[in-house]
Design a protein around this ligand. Structure first.
Ligand SMILES: [Zn+2]
Length: 483
């Protein structure tokens, strides 16, 4: 029996988080705004107005291209992509076709182990990145078509991969990594549900080991990473079934229906020639000198994968910790600043960040930027723990109190009197009273029931509202009980 493999390429549309649209001064993001409330003559294509290119779009495009190891072009050109659709008032979309802003590149995508399959890395080649404007949105309601032009002119980067992806899992991992990277670079919110990151998948199959490229289909309208994976799984299965019956795969465009969890045929696929591309006469070439490109990249950050590997090596963290800490750039920087300020065991800092601090962020619905406990504050708190000035459970409550009040951990501990009492005499007084009040327990302990010591320590802790150093309490109790 023939074994098949899939050949998958992804086209992603990434909404850049600039303040204004690509060719006019309307706000770029109008998520949730009233329909047609964020438009002007330029983005709705009224006659007699001229587009002006927003330089911030080029800068963010260059940053993304650099992250993908792509070759940024010194000259790129805008073209008109002509087609008729109600959500496109100009009758054409301004895009880059003949000379895009960047060519080539790749993204290394780690694929985690699953079942019997070991973890591996897939290098996904990038064909090109180009800049373009978004179109509007249309929907059918009450027997009529309604259009909303708010999205017209929203800046996008379209990024097209080489057909290097072999499984649905690889496709979803590629998108997961890409989304992480976009947020890491701060160039897009990359929220698929809001349409900030959209993905079309080209899928074909071939006999395993051959290198022919067979007829492909294109899957559109998928709005979550899980749905991309599911849609590709189903499309591969459909094509294999056709091949096994000796039938041909037709070059269809398929639409993903998320509610039904199935693919539907939208139309037969257009070819590039249908769009009659030609250079946009109202815009100049985008010229970027090497110096300008270098300047755009002067604050380019360390990439998540590199940082993850460095955390493992430099701080001797388990891979799992390094991955969790570098899933978010701000969190990874938080960790690193804290460990430098603390100077002690990195695993201890990692545990606090991954457990209690992350849990609090989840509970309160806040991001790492909104943490009131500074990395220095965390370091100070860990030092108080090491020096037995507070205990573990106090530290956990201090964390929440710092978040509520904005005070430092020291202030909270001092003002609320949460410091541990390691002063022998205070503990001794409580222990003496406890022994006097509980003659029966004292008798049992002295008769050999050693385990009762735990009960005594617990009583002291309760009496002192958790602030006694349990080690000191145990020593004092043992001494008094022996006598
Ligand atoms: Zn506008």
């Amino acid at each position: 029996m023939t074994t098949y493999e899939a050949v998958i390429g992804l086209e992603t549309h990434i909404q850049l988080n600039t303040n204004t649209k690509i060719f006019c001064s309307c706000k770029a993001d109008s998520w949730g705004a009233e329909a047609n409330s964020n438009v002007c003559p330029v983005c709705t294509g009224l006659p007699g107005v001229l587009p002006v290119f927003n330089a911030a779009v080029a800068e963010k495009g260059v940053i993304l291209a650099h992250a993908m190891h792509a070759d940024v072009q010194n000259v790129s050109i805008f073209d008109r992509k002509n087609y008729f659709y109600p959500d496109l008032p100009k009758g054409y979309q301004i895009s880059q076709f003949f000379k895009p802003i960047a060519l080539g590149g790749y993204l290394d995508v780690p694929i985690p182990a699953e079942g019997d399959n070991e973890a591996y890395s897939r290098k996904v080649g990038i064909n090109r990145l180009h800049l373009e404007e978004d179109a509007g949105k249309s929907k059918h309601a009450y027997g009529k078509m309604q259009v909303d032009f708010n999205r017209c002119g929203v800046p996008l980067v379209e990024m097209v991969t080489e057909p290097d992806i072999r499984t649905a899992k690889e496709a979803s991992q590629y998108l997961t990594r890409l989304r992480q990277l976009l947020r890491w670079l701060g160039i897009s919110e990359a929220d698929m549900e809001k349409g900030h990151l959209r993905c079309d998948a080209n899928v074909s199959i071939r006999e395993k080991g051959s290198n022919v490229l067979n007829t492909k289909t294109e899957i559109k309208n998928v709005n979550s990473i899980a749905a991309v994976e599911e849609a590709i799984v189903k499309e591969i299965a459909r094509q294999i079934k056709l091949a096994e019956k000796g039938e041909e795969v037709r070059p269809w465009t398929l639409e993903w229906d998320d509610d039904a969890g199935e693919l539907r045929k939208m139309r037969s696929k257009e070819t590039a020639a249908d769009y009659r591309y030609f250079q946009e006469p109202d815009l100049l070439e985008v010229k970027l000198s090497d110096k300008e490109i270098a300047n755009m990249l002067k604050d380019f950050p360390e990439m998540p994968l590199e940082r993850c590997q460095r955390f493992e090596a430099e701080y001797e963290l388990p891979t799992y910790d390094a991955e969790v800490l570098t899933a978010d750039r701000v969190l990874s920087e938080y960790f690193e600043t804290a460990i430098k300020a603390y100077g002690g065991d990195a695993k201890k800092v990692s545990n606090w960040v991954m457990n209690d601090i992350s849990r609090m962020m989840n509970d309160e619905g806040i991001s790492a930027e909104q943490l009131k406990l500074t990395p220095q504050g965390l370091a100070d708190m860990l030092k108080m723990l090491d020096e037995k000035k507070i205990n573990q459970s106090t530290a956990k409550s201090v964390l929440r109190k710092v978040q509520e009040s904005g005070k430092t951990p020291e202030q909270v501990v001092k003002e609320e009197g949460l410091g541990l009492v390691s002063d022998d005499s205070a503990i001794r007084t409580v222990c003496e009273k406890l022994i006097a009040d509980n003659p029966k327990e004292v008798e049992s302990y002295r008769a050999g029931k050693d385990s009762l010591i735990g009960w005594f320590v617990g009583q002291v802790m309760r009496e002192m509202r958790g602030k006694a150093d349990p080690g000191v309490a145990r020593e004092v109790l043992q001494e008094l009980l022996q006598g």
